[in-house]
Structures are given as C-alpha cells and as structure tokens.
Design a protein around this ligand. Structure first.
Ligand code: ATP
Ligand code: MG
Length: 332
C-alpha cells in the first residue's frame, strides 16, 4: 500500500468510470487515477508473480485473480470478456455483488494509509432531475470505507467541486458541469453556495451503449473508437463516427433541456443579476468541438439564466478531484 507522505488533505473523485485522487505537492496539484473496473482471471502462481512484478493492482483468492484498475481494460479486451464495474449511473452498482469489496480495494490502493490526521473530500453525484433521495446508501458507504481506513471523510457534490476547481476567479459563481460515464452533474453556485444541483442519467456509457446497439459493435469497442478518434468537426467518413455524432448531440440536448428545466422551475436563478459562466468538465467533454457544439445548442434556445461564457476545464478528467481537494483546503 502506498503512503502519501505529509499530505494532510486529499480530494478523491469517485466516478462510474474512473477514481481520481488529487493531492498537493509543493504548491502544485498532483493527480493519480485508476479505472473503476475489474476482471477475473484464472489463478496461477506465475501470473500472480508477473502481476506483482509489473505492480498491477490485483487480489488473489480461491483459484482466481481479480485484476482491478487500469489494466482491467486491456485484459478484458484481450480475453474477449466484459469488464465488471463497481458503479453504474454514478452510484454503487446494486447488481454487482462485489461492488463494495472491489471499490474498497481500489480506493485503498490509490489513497494509501493516512499519516496522522488527514481529511479527504470525496465527490458524490446530485439526485437525478425529478427523483427523490436515492443517494444516501452510496454516500454513507463511501464515507464508511474512507473512515474505516482512518480518514476524516466528507462528501462534496460533484458539480460544486467543478465550481471550486475552475471558477475561483469568478468568486465561485457560475454553473459547474461534469459529464462523466454514468451521469452528467450540474451545479449552479452563487458565491460558492450551491443553489441548484441535479444530474441526468445520460453520459458516456449511454453514448457507448446506444452507438453499440446501432452498429452491432461491443460497447467497449465503441468507447475505444470514441476516445481515440471521435470529434465534432467536419464530415464523418465512418459510420461509427456518424452514429457517435448523433448520440453526442442527443446527450447535449438532454443536458441543456435539463438545465433549462431545473433553473426555470427552481425560479431562484432568474433573480441572479449577473450573467453566469458555464464550466464544462468530465471525460465526455473531451472530443474536439464539444464546447462549440454545447455553446451553439445552449445559445440557440430560450434559457432562464443569462450565460456569459461557455468554458472548457483545462484538464477535464481532473476537475472534480481538484475541486474536492479545494473543498478541504478552503474549509480549515
Ligand atoms: N479522450 C476522450 N474522448 C472522448 N471521451 C472520453 C475521453 N476520455 C474519456 N472519455 C469518456 O469520458 C467518460 C469518463 O469520464 P469521467 O472520468 O469524467 O467519468 P466518471 O467521473 O468516472 O463518471 P461519473 O461522473 O458519471 O460517475 C467515459 O464515458 C469515457 O469513455
Ligand atoms: Mg465524474
């Protein structure tokens, strides 16, 4: 297990697809992440010793080895099996019997043991638009996992974490958006106070699964194509890219509609006197042209809040973890 030296504050973004840790190192933010997935392979002493030598996170037990984190992806492709995932749609996956034990392993291998009193903020999603409180189990379980390791753990809303990470110059006033794998999370904050937050259940996994059902490819294959080569601009030479274009558009429209609806019905936002920036983050915002497409869709329709700029986080995969750490650092 790793040790984080003198860090007394950490931020961790526990995402459906990835778990990302942020720490401070000589005035800089440092990040480390692992794929939030695992794959079972048959046990053999030689495989186990190679995994140890290559420093690949794994657990050996009853005739099998469970490989978790970044290497699970490649092994699953190689063996032609689906990866198993601890989370689905932003929360611990109720139909995965090993979700709790595996997420504990993965979090432990990322954060290591606390050195003295160490505070850690972990991200939690907002409730889906129109749904009641379904987050308690997820949030309390993550808190238990981290407290059980000796950390002082506090939750932070994922959209608010994006505001903390990227909108300091705007006095933490604006709309933080995190488009991940399971969910898109949104938080409208005014002077660092969360005013409205919600999530929608469409994000990267939705794009992959929808494109897979149209093209007949496996969702994981679609994900690889999307991450390697998809972009919004220009003509689509390949069918898969055209299909991906369609579902990215569907996603952006649902997100913008959700924002319009949430800000409208809450009624509070309309009373804000200044135009607000929108800060986009999360892996799903990474294809070239995403920001432009989002801005076009948001500006082409009546929107209950005045928008100043539509911005893209400089490191979309790290924003939420950085914001979680900022939450700890700014609340002594
Ligand atoms: N370069 C890229 N181009 C396109 N999509 C990408 C890229 N990198 C990652 N993604 C997609 O981003 C999603 C993962 O983003 P992120 O790590 O922000 O999600 P997460 O925080 O794990 O999930 P969630 O917040 O929904 O729980 C996946 O769907 C992945 O395929
Ligand atoms: Mg996320």
């Amino acid at each position: 297990m790793k040790n984080n030296g003198s860090s007394s504050a950490l931020g961790i973004d526990v995402g459906t697809s990835r778990i990302c840790l942020a720490k401070r190192n000589e005035g800089q933010f440092d990040f480390d992440s692992q794929l939030n997935a695992f794959v079972n392979i048959p046990y053999s002493p030689i495989t186990e010793s190679v995994l140890k030598k290559e420093k690949i996170s794994h657990t050996a037990r009853n005739g099998e080895i469970v490989v978790h984190g970044n290497e699970a992806d490649k092994l699953a492709e190689l063996l032609g099996v689906e990866m198993r995932r601890t989370m689905s749609r932003g929360m611990l996956n109720p139909s995965e019997p090993e979700s709790l034990s595996m997420i504990r392993e993965m979090i432990a291998s990322l954060v290591g043991e606390p050195q003295g009193k160490t505070r850690i903020a972990f991200t939690v999603p907002a409730a889906p638009l129109g749904a009641g409180d379904s987050l308690t189990y997820h949030e309390e379980t993550l808190k238990q996992v981290l407290s059980g390791m000796g950390y002082e753990a506090q939750p932070v809303n994922e959209g608010l974490a994006v505001v903390y990470a990227e909108l300091e110059a705007q006095n933490f006033t604006g709309i933080g958006v995190s488009c991940g794998a399971g969910l898109c999370n949104v938080c409208l904050a005014y002077l660092a106070v969360p005013v409205i937050s919600f999530s929608i259940p469409q994000a990267g996994d939705y794009i992959d699964a929808s494109a897979a059902s149209v093209t007949g490819e496996r969702a994981n294959r679609i994900r690889l194509i999307k991450e390697e080569a998809f972009h919004f601009n220009g003509r689509f030479a390949e069918k898969t890219h055209q299909v991906l274009g369609v579902y990215h558009d569907v996603l952006i429209r649902s997100l913008v509609e959700g924002m319009a609806q949430a800000f409208e019905t809450a009624g509070k936002a309309a009373r804000l006197s200044r135009p607000l920036p929108i800060m986009l983050s999360g892996g799903t915002t990474m294809p070239a042209g995403f920001r432009d497409r989002f801005e076009k869709i948001v500006r082409d329709q009546p929107f209950p809040v005045q928008i100043s700029d539509v911005l893209l986080a400089p490191e979309p995969l790290h924003s939420a973890a950085k914001g979680a750490l900022t939450a700890v650092l700014t609340n002594p």
